[in-house]
Design a protein around this ligand. Structure first.
Ligand code: ZN
Length: 220
């Protein structure tokens, strides 16, 4: 039996307790996930944990090949240069890294944009500007290599790309979010289990007689 109800639970930011609202969301100041002030129905927390874990798994599966392609000189045994040209591998990196940013990491850009709109820079401003710039620079480098000076290119005239940096940063941030949500969900279940230990009735002694009354009728 689920004795803990979800009514009137306030969600607040662990860093900014003055931020309170009656639904889940993110803090307008620092962009952290708001946590419930009381034990809630764990299905909500479980859902957001599962959603984030799925995004992380997709990001990880896509980031590993991007990383290997970008660091191909350390993976010489794969002979990637014999399979396709460096420019073609650049497009493969684009195709793999783009969903990491705009599917798995879409919420991070939203948080970054909201921090800029509110003039309240935080971790998400930094992450979204850094990762967004790396991606945009690499896309322009792929499309218009001619506009870049020679220092930005390798011996074959290919612009150095940063898709792997963008994808790996978002994958690591996603891992952090999964760990954070997992910890919240476990704490929530532990608090709920504790609250469910409270007995439903209280025994009182009135005029020498012992009586059982519902716990709601007991007031301090
Ligand atoms: Zn906050």
């Amino acid at each position: 039996m689920d004795q803990v109800q979800n009514h009137n639970v306030l969600y607040y930011c662990p860093m900014h307790p003055e931020i309170r609202q009656n639904r889940p969301g993110t803090c307008p100041i620092c962009g952290m996930n708001l946590v419930p002030g009381a034990a809630i129905d764990s299905s909500d927390e479980e859902k957001s944990y599962k959603r984030m874990a799925k995004k992380f798994r997709i990001a990880l599966a896509l980031s590993i090949p991007v990383f290997i392609i970008a660091m191909s000189e350390f993976f010489g045994f794969l002979h990637l240069d014999l399979i396709a040209s460096k420019a073609s591998w650049g497009w493969v990196q684009f195709a793999l890294a783009t969903p990491v940013l705009f599917y798995s990491g879409r919420d991070f850009f939203k948080r970054g944009w909201s921090s800029i709109r509110r003039w309240s820079p935080n971790m998400w401003t930094l992450i979204s500007i850094g990762v967004g710039t790396a991606w945009l620079f690499s896309v322009i480098g792929l499309l218009f290599p001619g506009i870049f000076p020679a220092q930005f290119k390798d011996a074959q005239g290919n612009v150095h790309l940063y898709f792997e940096a963008a994808a790996v940063i978002f994958t690591l941030v996603l891992l952090g979010q999964v760990i954070e949500l997992g910890a919240h969900s476990k704490t929530n279940s532990a608090i709920k289990a504790l609250l469910n230990l409270v007995p439903p009735v209280a025994r009182i002694i009135r005029k020498g007689q012992e009586k059982e009354i519902p716990l709601e009728n007991v007031h301090p």
